[in-house]
Write a protein that binds this ligand. Structure first.
Ligand code: HAM
Length: 423
């Protein structure tokens, strides 16, 4: 028989490892809600032009790496490579009152060369805020990311910031950069020797030593911003500092999308190897709504890769990766299993984490499972208990391990609660 594996560059996250994901998503949802972001659910695929807007030099993510397909109706669609363009498409479609603040948790698809920390399906949590150019919103969005990483227990995180300026001041800078790169073309890496002039900003993003050596010495974006963009950037950095968030100026941080204007940022984990050390990133995209056919509407947001966060968390030793959610109580029923069904239901309705055995296993086998479940107590039902409409409650850990009492079946919730510490 043919067997199947998850496609290259994708992976399953089964329990108990997925408990970390549940926890991370819960924390993110809570933080976003407390900052006034509502959940946006939107389609995983869109018209391909939502992502590949074909204006000027587009990013690799939107061209070479996209999963594009034609549906049965002949429509050209793409699996989302990221969340931002979908959110802005939804904004333009629905025209909600601004500021419109939404969060999302979504898979994203990029046909990349798979390696540690780089996958063809990864998962992002993110926020987008549309309708205000106030630098306070940049600060709020960046701070939300920082607080999320703190909540996950990450400590070795650095915040890199840059400003891309607005189209005019950036345009002047790009012309200057193109001229500089032209003069140093022979020193660039093989790819950019040919292609530097197509999109000079991409060369700033090139990690190859040859390009780095050239661009390090060249004109730097932050030195060529107009006064307004410079003020905006300074206010963002001051705002972050007022929250105790240190920033490192990264003048060559341009990020992988063509929509950025003004603030761009990336959070890197010093616990990860540098090729895949970005745990989150984002910035402003004040022209994107217009590019998607909407009214001019500024926006700012970020996305953070859950796989990368998990890797950083493991690398930092920020928690015990083996820690899995424990049961509160295990129901052992040697009378056929029907009592286990009703008792488990009653205990679960009371909010307890309940496990039980199936397939009419022996007492010994069920007790072994009870021990393995990590439950604090076992609720036992044998023929005697069944006849007396009672249960036996046995402590499985703690000071009184092995101690047991008999209580009427109707008191089971209270008796178990007494023995299970609140968490
Ligand atoms: P991005 O930097 O392309 O930005 O992706 C955001 C984060 O997703 C990265 O920092 C990284 O943690 C994770 N990530 C990206 N690609 C992969 C991959 N192939 N495998 C594993 N993890 C990956 C965006 O997507 C923008 N939409 C962010 C944004 C929101 N800008 C404004 N608003």
């Amino acid at each position: 028989m043919e067997t199947f594996r998850a496609p290259i560059g994708t992976h399953d996250v089964p329990p108990p490892a997925s408990a970390w994901w549940e926890d991370a998503l819960g924390r993110f949802a809570g933080l976003a809600r407390r900052s006034g972001f509502g959940l946006l659910i939107s389609p995983l695929f869109e018209d391909v032009a939502v992502f590949d807007r074909g204006i000027g030099a587009t990013s690799d993510v939107a061209t070479k790496e996209m999963y594009v397909f034609t549906d049965r109706g002949g429509r050209q669609l793409a699996l989302r490579p990221e969340g931002t363009a979908s959110v802005v498409r939804a904004f333009v479609q629905h025209r909600p009152p601004t500021p419109w603040k939404v969060w999302y948790a979504t898979p994203a698809f990029r046909y990349e060369r798979p390696q540690a920390g780089r996958y063809r399906q990864h998962h992002q949590v993110g926020v987008e805020a549309l309708g205000s150019a106030d630098p306070a919103l940049d600060v709020e969005v960046i701070a939300l990311a920082a607080r999320f990483y703190e909540a996950l227990g990450l400590r070795q995180v650095r915040l890199l910031v840059n400003s891309m300026g607005h189209p005019e001041c950036r345009g002047a800078y790009v012309a200057l950069l193109a001229q500089y790169l032209g003069a140093h073309a022979t020193e660039l890496c093989e790819e950019h020797r040919e292609r530097a002039q197509e999109n000079p900003l991409r060369v700033l993003d090139c990690k190859r030593p040859a390009c780095v050596a050239v661009t390090e010495r060249g004109p730097q974006l932050p030195d060529h911003l107009c006064e307004e963009c410079r003020d905006h950037f300074a206010t963002v950095r001051e705002g972050l500092a007022s929250l105790g968030l240190d920033t490192t100026l990264a003048p060559r941080l341009v990020r992988g999308f063509d929509y950025y204007t003004r603030t761009t940022f990336e959070f890197v984990s010093d616990a990860l190897a540098s090729a895949q050390n970005a745990i989150g990133g984002g910035g402003r995209y004040d022209g994107l709504a217009e590019q998607l056919g909407g009214p001019p509407t500024p926006g700012v947001g970020f996305g953070s890769g859950l796989e990368r966060l998990r890797l950083a968390w493991e690398a930092e030793g920020a928690g015990d990766p083996a820690a899995d959610p424990r049961a509160d109580v295990f129901v052992v029923d040697t009378t056929g299993g029907q009592r286990a069904t009703t008792l488990a239901d009653a205990l679960r309705r009371a909010g307890l984490v309940v496990e039980r055995a199936y397939d009419q296993r022996s007492m010994k086998a069920q007790m072994r499972l009870a021990d393995r479940s990590g439950a604090a107590v076992a609720v036992l039902v044998g023929p005697q208990e069944l006849a007396a409409d009672s249960v036996t409650i046995r402590d499985l850990r703690g000071a009184v391990e092995g101690a047991q009492v008999s209580v009427p079946a109707s008191d089971v919730v209270a008796a178990v609660r007494e023995r299970v510490t609140e968490r």
